[in-house]
Design a protein around this ligand. Structure first.
Ligand code: GAR
Length: 215
């Protein structure tokens, strides 16, 4: 059984998807937020999961904030730290400490569209496929080794909101899968930065958007 600490900043729908997945090898030890009014905190409390607020504004700099986070996380003896809409950039000290046991979900097909406003930028570029990525976190923002991705078609009449909703649905599917692999001891990051998933199935088929028409 792995001890998992989830960090959130807001709504917490990915956190909820992880709780709903009821992963047999994971014990959600705590949910920590840097925002006191994050709606996700209430969701966790309703499920009797320990919650903690560590407001980044109470600390003079990132290093001091991350040190407080580390103290809290280590207090739960976390095997895995899961960033679920945690909107703070982490220091190299933090990412190095949890190397290979720190996961993030990002709303784009990385390495495209790291950073913010991913759906707006994808629509502006006219891409036909967009999606989401679970990756191990390293010192380079939104560039860590990729674990799993889901692609969705971008529709001609998509708005940022409709596209974001379609991507978020897939986030809720791939994040529990990645955490499940980790907690089963099947997902790891090697010293040379390669992701290993034991006994993963082979993907087949292609997602083509707009779809091909039969001749
Ligand atoms: C999700 O779309 C997640 O991918 C994104 O924030 C949203 C949080 O939603 N994360 C990032 O942009 C991190 N760079 P949630 O609070 O409902 O899970």
């Amino acid at each position: 059984m792995k001890s998992v600490v989830i960090l959130i900043s807001g709504h917490g729908s990915n956190m909820q998807a992880l709780l709903d997945a009821d992963l047999p090898d994971a014990r959600i030890a705590a949910v920590i937020s840097n925002q006191a009014d994050a709606p996700g905190l209430e969701v966790a409390q309703r499920r009797a999961i320990s919650t903690r607020v560590i407001p980044h504004r109470n600390y003079p700099d990132r290093t001091a904030f991350d040190a407080a986070l580390i103290e809290a996380i280590d207090g739960y003896c976390a095997d895995l730290v899961v960033l679920a809409g945690f909107m703070r950039i982490l220091t190299p000290e933090f990412t190095a400490r949890y190397r290979g046991r720190l996961l993030n979900i990002h709303p784009s097909l990385l390495p495209a569209y790291g950073g913010l406003n991913t759906h707006e930028r994808a629509l502006a570029d006219g891409v036909k496929l967009h999606g989401c990525t679970v990756h191990f976190v390293t010192g380079e923002l939104d560039h860590g080794p990729i674990v799993i991705q889901a692609a969705v078609p971008v529709l001609a009449d998509d708005t940022q909101e409709t596209l974001a909703a379609r991507v978020l649905c897939e986030e809720h599917r791939i994040y529990p899968q990645a955490v499940r692999w980790f907690c089963e001891g099947r997902l790891s990051l090697s010293a040379d930065g390669k992701v290993r998933i034991d006994h993963a199935q082979r993907a087949d088929g292609a997602l083509i958007a707009p779809p091909l028409e039969s001749p």
